[in-house]
Design a protein around this ligand. Structure first.
Ligand code: SF4
Length: 207
């Protein structure tokens, strides 16, 4: 928990300029659409940091809850605020990431949506002896993308992982490309190879 708090403040400092900019467009956006921002300040700040990190890693303002896909049209739809907001607000009261929601959503409604999101991402990881097999996750029914995806499984692993290197098994070439971008951004060593039924990525986390 302490480690996560330290990481949060480090990231907040690193992205302080971008976080402020995210806040500016978000305020305009909710006003125009009669939505609200998640009243949980920690959650909203984290989402602003994660959107800033997506922008720094992949070059565009991708949704913080999904890594880029190999479908250019889908990627366009996933820029925050994404094309699914209205539909998801109708279904859950908030967007998938619980960032934007109905203006009249009460505290319990926001809490329920944040809980739904956490339940989707905090799954037991298939991690054994330094190998993280990311395959076989359920697909989000709108985007047809895994939840949690390889990127989020990596992030969850790194919260507690002490090893110097990590091997990841992924299903698609796009996931390999995304992990390469993450490695470049985070200055990790990176190599990959093609297996019979999967792709293997090796990350050198520390020297
Ligand atoms: S789900 Fe929410 S946070 Fe994610 S892109 Fe859509 S609007 Fe942005």
């Amino acid at each position: 928990m302490l480690g996560m708090m330290i990481a949060f403040f480090k990231d907040l400092w690193k992205f302080r300029v971008e976080v402020k900019k995210q806040g500016t467009w978000m305020q305009k956006y909710i006003k125009k659409n009669n939505y609200a921002l998640n009243p949980d300040l920690m959650m909203t700040t984290n989402l602003k940091v994660w959107i800033s990190e997506m922008q720094a890693t992949f070059g565009q303002r991708f949704c913080p809850c999904f890594e880029p896909s190999d479908d250019k049209e889908l990627n366009k739809k996933m820029m925050c605020p994404c094309e699914y907001v209205e539909d998801e607000i109708k279904e859950y009261g908030t967007c998938h990431c619980a960032l934007f929601g109905r203006a009249d959503l009460d505290k319990a409604g926001w809490k329920a949506s944040s809980k739904r999101l956490m339940a989707e991402y905090q799954i037991p990881l298939n991690l054994k002896d330094g190998v993280l097999d990311t395959r076989g996750q359920v697909l989000d029914h709108r985007r047809n993308l895994p939840v949690p995806d390889a990127m989020h499984q990596l992030k969850s692993t790194l919260n507690n992982y002490k090893g110097k290197s990590l091997k990841m098994i992924v299903s698609t070439e796009q996931e390999v490309k995304n992990l390469e971008d993450i490695a470049k951004y985070r200055k990790y060593g990176f190599s990959s190879k093609v297996n019979d039924d999967s792709f293997e990525v090796n990350l050198q986390l520390k020297n």
